[in-house]
Design a binder for this molecule. Sequence first.
Ligand code: NAP
Length: 265
Amino acid sequence: MTQQSKGTALITGASSGIGAIYAERLARRGYDLVLVARNRERLNALASRITTETQQNVEVFPADLSKADDLVKVERKLREDVSIRLLVNNAGIGTHTSLLESNVERMAEMISLNITALTRLTYAAVPGFVARQQGAVFNISSIAGLAPELLNGVYGGSKAFVTAFSQSLHKELADSGIKVQAVLPGATATDFWQIGGLPVENLDPGIVMSAHDLVEGALQDFDNDVLLSIPSLHDLQAFYHYESSRQALFSQLSSNQLAPRYNAK
Ligand code: NAP
């Protein structure tokens, strides 16, 4: 840890897009970094630029998080490196294709990365954070979790998981001093779209945000303890209304009586 360090942030999917911007921004905030992704060359290039610009320590940790052997190594790092105070679960893939157009092996890979890896890494990090009474988890979800009809259903479902898991974790950790944030980007200008088979140039530019603005908004929300950050949403009242309606349902969802709209037999 450098003397002025706030501790270390481990960022998955740091080799490009949103993760690379998190890396730069968190280093400028005084975090040392562990950068995780598959592409070692891109990680090395980013690490040397950030070290030069910020003097923070940056460790490159190449790993394929959809592979069990590599995932276990990152889990071990999170358990054993007590300097880690921030986990950014950002690595993810997506697509816009329908079930009939999609390859199930690719869907299973998406579930491994977007859900299984994120869950295992969170389980590896949080016990240490709680023991040290310090730490935070950022889970990069998507507006597709709220609107699964918009893109591929496995992608939307995986991001609904990320948001729901984060909401539950936030409640579980409320008294522990550990902060949790789910970030729900709308369309963001990164390689994500090209890799998913629909280059971002095909989208209406009016709905596409820069990764820089997205991360800026999410970090400002984090500073203000906002659990669900949606930097592209202008009408925040509409979201409060949605959330309070959802929460108002909690006490009504279970009953020993069949609802009156059914004919009891
Ligand atoms: P991106 O530029 O494609 O970045 C994805 C990152 O994940 C890359 O660093 C990639 O690096 C890494 N990655 C992919 N597969 C991996 C694997 N198996 N193991 C380890 N790392 C892997 O896309 P992005 O937009 O920044 O995506 C970041 C997150 O934002 C994702 O969770 C995505 O679902 C979410 N999101 C994006 C948008 C959008 O419109 N762009 C909208 C909502 C949510 P390597 O190839 O080097 O492994």
